[in-house]
Ligand binder design. Sequence first.
Ligand code: NDP
Length: 315
Amino acid sequence: MSENIEKVECLIIGSGPAGFTAAIYAARADLKPVMYEGLQPGGQLTTTTEIDNFPGYPKGTDGTAMMEDLKKQALRFDTDVRFGMITDIDLSQRPFKTKADDGKVIMAETVIIATGATAKYMGIESEQTYNGYGVSACATCDGFFYKGLDVAVVGGGDTAAEEATYLAKMCRKVYLIHRRDELRASKAMQHKVLNTKNLEVIWDHTTKEITGETEGFSKKVTGATLVNVKTGKEKEIKVDGFFVAIGHKPNTELFKDYLNLDENGYIVTKPDSTSTSVEGVFACGDVQDHIFRQAITAAGTGCMAAIEAERFLSH
Ligand code: NDP
């Protein structure tokens, strides 16, 4: 049994921009971090194609390439990156006891949680077929590619309202498709939506199918078939981009019994810090940020988490 117990200074859970940035900083501070990459190595960015807004890539890059670069950088400083999942954790006392799916029991002096959030999707097949090729869950990331074109946004909350108004500034026409006849978004956002000229709300409709064309490896969205929930009548719209904005789910299931979470399940961190409600446990990236959700902000908080872990250990 003892050969399976490992003591580490810093365990990083998750491998998006937050996790890898934490790894780079922790490794350079000689914390010898061990990282478990999780279910989706590289995180949400690996589901997007081009990334044009991460500083340092003047010609842009693609999500998977960027995450490979971040991984190489973390490996250069000897981060122990492991393909696998942490399946169990006890944050009630230090060192924190965790179990991984490779059978290892890890006793960690500090834990950096960078498990991210998962965008919710409607669950129709075509959504996955065109994901990254016209279907996106992030207007700030991908809106630019639809400059002057027509797009649709699904959802009726603040995210959908924000994404639709953001897209309306650069797109020719934006359809906001909502399954009810009133928005869930705040009054201020509703006002913005209803007063944006090139934004049309399609009330009481769900999406039956996203339509598109596939040619070899190239795919593109061309429209969507919508269904009126009251009459059952179908309606076609022509769009070049389709944005799903029906919410995100933070990946906090493993930690919910130990850490303070907000009403939507995000880990609560102290102001100007990545400290959680348990000393020695830090959270960075989308698992604690439902507002910005950008690779660069995730990387920023990953850096903070590693510096805070290092300071915590040296006290
Ligand atoms: P919400 O859960 O608030 O809204 C989700 C929306 O998507 C709802 O309108 C819901 O419809 C719709 N929806 C859910 N599932 C489906 C589905 N399968 N098909 C079609 N539509 C669906 O999520 P948000 O991401 O908008 O917001 C999350 C939280 O973050 C909220 O508290 C929000 O206020 C906050 N936020 C704040 C911002 C700000 O302050 N600037 C910006 C963004 C978010 P229905 O209404 O019928 O349930």
